[in-house]
Ligand binder design. Sequence first.
Ligand SMILES: C[S@@+](CC[C@H](N)C(=O)[O-])C[C@H]1O[C@@H](n2cnc3c(N)ncnc32)[C@H](O)[C@@H]1O
Length: 233
Amino acid sequence: MPLPLAQASPWHVHALQRTAAGPAEPLAVPPRMEWTTRPGLGPGAEILGTDLRRKRLLELGCGPGHNIAHLATRHGAVATGVDLVGLQIRRARAHYGRLHNAAFVAGHALHYLQATNEPYDAIYSVFGAIGLVSPALLLPAIAAHLPPGRLLAFSVPHPERTGRSSSTDDRPRRDFVALPDHTRLPIARWEFDADRWTDHLARAGLTITSAQEFPDLRRVPRPTTLLITARKT
Ligand SMILES: C[S@@+](CC[C@H](N)C(=O)[O-])C[C@H]1O[C@@H](n2cnc3c(N)ncnc32)[C@H](O)[C@@H]1O
């Protein structure tokens, strides 16, 4: 029996509406990797390393796979994208399944990491699983797949984007997934500032190397993206 939509994950509803809005067909590989809410703003793939040829990369919450396609094709990386929603993985494969060295896997980010011993040269998330899964669980699981010196990079919605202040404790807060039909569904999100991320990263054996914020002045006069990099100690 199909799952009634009211009980489906907000991310499944999100993927369903996106798929209904446009056919999942082969797409041209994006010319740039995007980390922020404003395409063209902020760094690109160079944040993951200057030479990514044959480097093993993992994206947690890859959605339709645009960044994986870019990294595998334009930089010669061996890139795997994981997404909780099977429909997103089906879209990613329809868009980019033809590409060499780009693989797409359905699953929860934490379960995927727990089910393999594979080491990675870099693990990243672009508004993906980091911030949506308990950092106390996810960050150690990520660190376990990074040899010393290897990189974690992630962007999250800036905790102060709506005018609220950052979390003053380690609990998640209520946020919303904005849907293509202009409605929204509630989710839980960990809304840390850079200092709190620094502490959580350190507890997992990762040292923060940069924290940058980016505005999207088309939307609000506040930062909308927080982009963090860290290295396995
Ligand atoms: C806002 S989208 C970002 C997609 C992609 N990174 C991009 O920039 O286009 C968030 C994605 O994270 C996925 N996601 C949410 N929770 C997840 C989890 N626990 N494990 C893996 N993926 C997850 C959702 O299904 C969704 O595709």
